[in-house]
Design a protein around this ligand. Structure first.
Ligand code: ADP
Length: 315
């Protein structure tokens, strides 16, 4: 591609909102760099069939737990060696621990290439945790530096041919999840994780609005910690309020993907890096994860490529 062609393309991509664009060479250079980076990303991620972000309006609702178990559920249901997880939570990366990969490091290759760490069922994982010297080391970085590392995780990592890349976004609907989502081209959509309480219900609506504003399809809502099934008698106890996720999905006219009950084994297995759904094949939570994966696959089957968020909007 010649420089002239590149410039034409850069201009086409420009939304014209930047007033200094036509007058400042610096701005043009910046846009050109940004455009080239986007093209590199597109090419790099073109071997990944589906990219799904997992979001939650607030922390602690089980977003990472759901991400890790969905990855395993996809792998079990016909996608072994074809699932990747990008842990985009820079400050609290916990996917490696949940997938039994704690202590591993990213391996570099020639030309600055990076290779994901591969875990059970061939799940490929990239996380800030693999770069930290120890558990006590905090990441005290400003926004641009954090985005730079996520960009590198996407563009410099050799993900290979994947059916699914699940992106565990930082919690909330602020700057960070927004910036990460905007980095990822051709995003299939977001899965929103909530738990049954009014506080969580209120924030999940923000997540739906967030996805709509950035122009990314909402694949659906998952209600986690939805009741507790007594291991002794099988009775279901609603520890928190039940049914909020379904109600919001109906109100907002978006798919409801399913409910995952509270199960102490989920927490124990996550902490121990054990594969909950592999170890507990008959548990109601395992069945829920497997059903949710089917729902997601059905949603994706009925989505035209043109409905994907080619380039999430800046807001
Ligand atoms: P988030 O990513 O939303 O901050 P996590 O996935 O880290 O939340 O989950 C918070 C805690 O709750 C973890 O200790 C996790 O093991 C536990 N947890 C999540 N979902 C469940 C569940 N369905 N049953 C039991 N424990 C759960």
């Amino acid at each position: 591609m010649t420089n002239t062609t590149k410039q034409v393309n850069v201009a086409e991509e420009c939304d014209g909102k930047c007033s200094s664009c036509s007058t400042s060479d610096g701005c043009n250079d910046h846009r050109k760099q940004q455009y080239e980076q986007e093209q590199k990303l597109k090419l790099k991620l073109s071997k990944i069939k589906h990219k799904i972000a997992i979001i939650s309006g607030k922390g602690g609702v089980g977003k990472s737990t759901v991400t890790a178990n969905l990855a395993m559920a996809f792998a079990i249901q016909g996608h072994k060696d074809k699932v990747g997880v990008l842990d985009a939570d820079i400050h609290g990366p916990c996917i490696p621990k949940m997938l039994g990969l704690k202590g591993q490091k990213l391996v570099g290759g020639p030309g600055g290439l990076l290779f994901p760490v591969t875990g059970k069922l061939g799940i490929k994982v990239v996380s800030m945790d693999f770069l930290l010297p120890n558990d006590e080391a905090p990441v005290i970085w400003r926004g641009p530096l954090k985005m730079k590392i996520i960009q590198q995780f996407l563009s410099d990592v050799t993900w290979g041919d994947l059916d699914y890349l699940l992106v565990d976004l930082p919690p909330g609907t602020g700057d960070e999840p927004l910036s990460v989502i905007q980095l990822i081209p051709d995003m299939d959509g977001v899965v929103i994780v909530t738990m049954p309480s009014e506080v969580s219900e209120a924030v999940v609506k923000k997540s739906v609005s967030f996805a709509k504003q950035v122009g990314v399809p909402v694949i659906g809502i998952i209600e986690n910690m939805s009741g507790f099934v007594c291991p002794e008698c099988g009775a279901k106890i609603d520890v928190f309020k039940a049914g909020g996720g379904k109600r919001i999905a109906d109100d907002m006219n978006i798919p409801y993907l399913g409910s995952i009950p509270l199960d102490p084994k989920i927490c124990n297995d996550s902490d121990g890096g054990l594969s909950f759904i592999v170890e507990n094949k008959t548990s109601p939570a395992t069945k829920a994860f497997l059903e949710i994966v089917k729902e997601i696959e059905q949603f994706l089957e009925h989505t035209e490529p043109s409905e994907k968020a080619t380039k999430p909007k800046a807001v």
